[in-house]
Design a protein around this ligand. Structure first.
Ligand code: ZN
Length: 312
């Protein structure tokens, strides 16, 4: 079997609205790196627009994805590294089954692999969900499944707080690059200066990446309407032992608080029988291929059917 020992697969994993697309693009901002975006959705589509490659570069067809789109998923990352001549492949797919399967593929193909968990403070995450019309406690289910499941299977990871990334991008990205052995350079965070070819992912970042505007901005002030729910949310969170346990574990792996000794030293060995939710999730995704979720699509950008709330 051909081995590509020089290549590294970095999986940036987090809930919706966690900043995973932005971190994917920042780490992929180098001549020897490539950001895939949420590429699992191309191989395992579950929304209507996942059935066609609509690259953010705007070219139809995209010359990069023309080379990649027919690769089998089990060799995708390794062959991408070879085809494009890159050392770092960044994947921000939000599918836990894909994340687990990719561990096996990386081992088979001789890729180094690291997992980064990016997470938002629950209040910020709740606000991100709330302003898109969802209940202020809807964040919890996504949060527990996303990070709790990774912790449950014992996958080694380093964590990044979204707040640190936006408040101190240079320090945070510098620490990540040092740990991941990615060359750091001035302007590394300015991902909009590189032509992106990532698939799917966050709408806002895609638009900003297309217009090459800076997206690293300071923290927003919550509108009054959300502030009224904040104390209730904090009370619930204080009593939520499971969420607190997950947060404690995330902080123990924080790139700025606990610098990792060797991010690539520990390889994940999957359990012989995956947890029940792996099979459930995989079956649901297969069904979604035939009954995809509704998403509107406009000018090559994915738009959620739920409009954002606007504070008065
Ligand atoms: Zn493209």
């Amino acid at each position: 079997m051909t081995k590509y020992f020089d290549a590294t697969l970095i999986h940036v994993y987090g809930t919706d609205r966690s900043g995973s697309t932005m971190l994917d693009l920042i780490l992929g901002n180098a001549p020897d790196a490539f950001s895939c975006g949420e590429v699992s959705a191309w191989f395992r589509p579950y929304r209507k627009h996942h059935f066609r490659v609509e690259c953010v570069c705007g070219e139809k067809p995209c010359p990069v994805w023309e080379k990649l789109k027919d690769l089998p998923e089990a060799v995708f990352h390794a062959r991408l590294a070879k085809e494009l001549g890159v050392r770092f492949v960044i994947d921000s797919s939000k599918d836990i089954c894909w994340l687990i399967d990719a561990q096996r593929w990386a081992a088979d193909q001789g890729l180094r692999m690291a997992t980064l968990l990016i997470w938002k403070d629950p209040v910020d995450l709740a606000y991100s969900y709330w302003k898109r019309g969802r209940d202020a406690i809807a964040w919890r289910d996504a949060f527990v499944k996303c990070y709790g499941w990774v912790q449950q299977i014992g996958l080694p990871y380093v964590s990044v707080q979204y707040d640190d990334l936006v408040r101190e991008p240079v320090r945070t990205v510098g620490a990540l690059c040092a740990a991941l052995e990615i060359p750091y350079f001035e302007g590394k965070i300015n991902f909009w200066n590189k032509q992106c070819h990532h698939l799917f992912g966050s709408t806002g970042i895609r638009i900003q990446a297309s217009s090459k505007d800076s997206c690293i901005e300071s923290k927003k002030v919550y509108p009054q309407e959300f502030e009224a729910q904040r104390s209730r949310l904090l009370e619930c969170l204080a009593r939520d032992a499971q969420a607190q346990r997950i947060i404690r574990a995330l902080k123990q792996a924080d790139i700025l608080l606990v610098p990792p000794k060797d991010i690539y030293a520990t390889r994940y060995v999957p359990k012989r029988v995956p947890p029940f939710w792996y099979f459930r999730k995989k079956t649901l995704r297969i069904l979604r291929r035939y009954f995809p979720e509704r998403y509107e699509y406009s000018a090559g950008m994915e738009i959620e059917t739920i409009p954002e709330r606007h504070s008065s």
